[in-house]
Design a protein around this ligand. Structure first.
Ligand code: NDP
Length: 246
């Protein structure tokens, strides 16, 4: 296997941490961005204690200049980025008739504009080197919609349009572009939901439980692999059967 350089946005979060570990286990050089230095350094130490070396670069994905600085910093530490996992995300849930402009723009900026901000500075290098893997972490709710998540569902659905267009533009250049759409996974994002709501969600999932971050990381590893070179413009649903069909 060729060792590549991978950048996972939001790598310090629940799913991001699992993706960083999985890519490192595959033998890749891994980096993530952060906003809070103290929190990120503590996370990096914890990763080190578990045997994972992950480089850090400061930057908020909603800001194009900071995003470009993250790319520059990672490339100066590890080399050109071959693998980009657009994973950073937030929720600001409320029904649409109560939604503020800020709740809308925060979610669109973090979940969708970030994808432009992070991908734009790496795509030309991937095209020149004729190899790349770009994966958006979307959501089950970007496919089926969700009560109280018009902002989040719009951003996540937007990722799919981006993915299938970028996949077409770069298919002949050894670059694959895909989305992974998790169902409900037991991370801070979902643990913030009241317990009784979580229990109801779990009861609705055919497997009867929430997903684990490692189960999402496994799908990312599959799409990153050299052997996945003919999988592009695809969406991989990982949701315990919570949303099936086309
Ligand atoms: P977490 O809240 O655990 O982690 C989110 C990560 O994103 C954190 O590292 C956070 O950093 C980072 N982040 C958020 N905003 C920014 C920003 N503006 N700039 C830089 N980094 C930022 O979430 P999950 O691990 O659960 O989610 C990861 C992805 O998976 C998200 O895109 C989410 O929408 C998606 N997803 C999650 C599901 C779930 O059930 N958990 C289901 C479906 C999709 P910081 O520490 O600075 O806040």
């Amino acid at each position: 296997m060729t060792t590549r350089v991978a950048l996972v946005t939001g790598g310090t979060g629940g799913i991001g941490t699992a993706i960083c570990k999985k890519l490192a286990q595959m033998g890749h050089k891994v980096a993530t961005n952060y906003r809070n230095e103290e929190k990120a350094r503590a996370w990096q130490q914890q990763m080190k204690a578990e045997g994972f070396d992950v480089a850090l670069a400061a930057g908020d994905v909603t800001d194009p200049e900071q995003a470009a600085a993250v790319i520059k910093e990672v490339e100066s530490q590890l080399g050109p980025i071959d693998i980009l996992i657009n994973n950073a995300g937030i929720t600001r849930d409320t029904t649409f008739h109560r939604m503020s402009t800020l709740q809308w723009t925060d979610v669109i900026s973090t979940n969708l504009n970030s994808v432009f901000n992070m991908t734009r500075p790496v795509i030309e290098g991937m095209r020149e080197r004729k190899w790349g893997r770009i994966i958006q972490i979307s959501s089950i709710n970007g496919l089926k919609g969700q009560y109280g998540q018009a902002n989040y569902a719009a951003a996540k659905a937007g990722m799919h349009g981006f993915t299938i267009s970028l996949a077409r533009e770069n298919a002949k250049l050894g670059i694959t572009v895909n989305t992974v759409s998790p169902g409900y996974v037991a991370t801070d994002m979902v643990m913030a939901v009241p317990e009784e709501v979580r229990a109801k969600i779990a009861a609705d999932i055919p497997t009867g439980r929430l997903g684990k971050p490692e189960e999402i990381a496994y799908a990312v590893a599959f799409l990153v692999d050299d052997q996945a070179s003919w999988i592009t413009g695809s969406n991989l649903d990982i949701n315990g059967g919570h949303h099936m069909g086309w």
